[in-house]
Design a protein. Structure first.
Length: 293
């Protein structure tokens, strides 16, 4: 999640410095879907620098079998490289674009923020390539320099990126009992599909417009349709929004003790929870696609 739009970074780090270290989460069983997701998180988060993180994503895109391309950009004195890849679907079908940022702040390993969201996009790419949607063409975008002000996503929108039928963003997807969905329309087609899937899976869902700043905003600013997903604890959401509003709660939400801090390591993610939520999101995307038939 971006630090440029708010004083949240300083506030969150101050609270985190006063708090005990959040507990580590157990590793999932080897060979499970949760383990595969965690391995992707680890490959990105253990890289030493931005170049290493990007190369870890590139290797995974190649392993999936995607014909990805690097898209260098320059914007407002910032330079970076997005990664773009078609996944599956007919060339003339409407575009569903899935995305997440792979960069991190200097402190910590950026596992929750945002190797977790990047790993979700990679998992969905693999699944949707193996079993394509019926009515939409799917592509993925992994953004650079989100933490510097959503720079990579803005560059895509401004520099002749293809307007999608829908952009779906993933940021901070590390643990929790609740899928947090930013949707301008709480009763929109994908929101309804997510609500149905979450109910059937027994996972909490919170849908609304109030949500931390991240890459979906570049699309909405351009008038392009976009939503965003996070995975957090239900009890954290109110505190997160309060912190973004400059009104820190008495106790910092766990996520704010982790992101943008030395605690943002692979050991903090809950792969089992992320895998369950990932299944719900995939199911929701397939339900949404079927509505277009």
């Amino acid at each position: 999640m971006s630090i440029r739009h708010t004083t949240l970074a300083l506030l969150g780090l101050a609270l985190a410095a006063c708090a005990h270290a959040p507990a580590d989460m157990p590793a999932p069983p080897p060979g499970s879907l949760a383990d595969a997701w965690r391995q992707d998180v680890a490959a990105i988060a253990t890289a030493d620098d931005a170049d290493g993180r990007r190369k870890a994503v590139e290797r995974r895109l190649s392993a999936i079998g995607l014909d990805w391309r690097a898209a260098p950009f320059a914007r407002e004195d910032e330079r970076g490289t997005n990664l773009l890849a078609p996944v599956a679907g007919m060339a003339d079908a409407p575009l569903l674009l899935l995305g997440a940022h792979f960069d991190r702040v200097d402190t910590g390993r950026g596992a929750t923020d945002n190797a977790s969201g990047t790993a979700v996009v990679l998992a969905l790419a693999e699944r949707l390539r193996a079993r394509p949607l019926a009515h939409h063409r799917v592509a993925v975008a992994l953004w650079d320099l989100e933490e510097r002000g959503l720079v990579g996503a803005h560059a895509y929108v401004e520099q002749d990126g293809e307007r999608p039928a829908l952009y779906v963003n993933f940021d901070v997807f590390g643990w929790g009992d609740t899928i947090w969905m930013m949707s301008p329309d709480a009763d929109g087609a994908l929101a309804r599909a997510t609500r149905e899937g979450a109910r059937e899976a027994g996972i909490g869902l919170s849908v609304g417009e109030q949500y931390p700043p991240t890459d979906h905003q570049a699309f909405l600013k351009a008038g392009w349709p976009a939503v965003s997903y996070s995975l957090v604890g239900a009890s954290e959401i109110e505190g997160i929004l309060s912190m973004y509003a400059g009104k820190p709660p008495a106790t910092a939400p766990r996520v704010m003790e982790v992101i943008h801090s030395e605690h943002d390591t692979v050991e903090k993610v809950d792969a089992e929870a992320a895998a369950r939520a990932l299944d719900v999101v995939e199911d929701a995307l397939r339900r949404w696609d079927a509505m277009a038939g």
